[in-house]
Design a protein around this ligand. Structure first.
Ligand SMILES: [Zn+2]
Length: 90
């Protein structure tokens, strides 16, 4: 099973409930669960009526950020492949 935020493959024991940032049917890794725990703690101090909207917003920020990370990784991997290829052909 993959983490619903960062998409790493998780061990069975490492599945965490991501509510209220994601649906209870989804699971997140222990790293991403730190974000869920931080949100739960800090959202206690908020007006509870706006917490569902805050959760949607924070969840979108995390998902977009992880998407940027994957793109950066893919680009740097491709750049590294090119550098290796260039060095091999010299
Ligand atoms: Zn994760």
């Amino acid at each position: 099973m993959k983490c619903s935020f960062c998409e790493i493959e998780m061990e069975e024991y490492n599945h965490n409930n991501p509510e209220p940032l994601l649906e209870s049917s989804q699971r997140v890794c222990s790293d991403c669960n730190c974000l869920v725990t931080a949100f739960r703690l800090l959202s206690r101090q908020q007006n509870q009526e706006i917490v569902p909207e805050l959760a949607k917003f924070v969840s979108s920020v995390i998902q977009l950020s992880n998407s940027f990370k994957r793109t950066n990784f893919a680009l740097s991997s491709r750049a590294q492949t090119f550098v290796n290829y260039s060095e091999d052909s010299e």
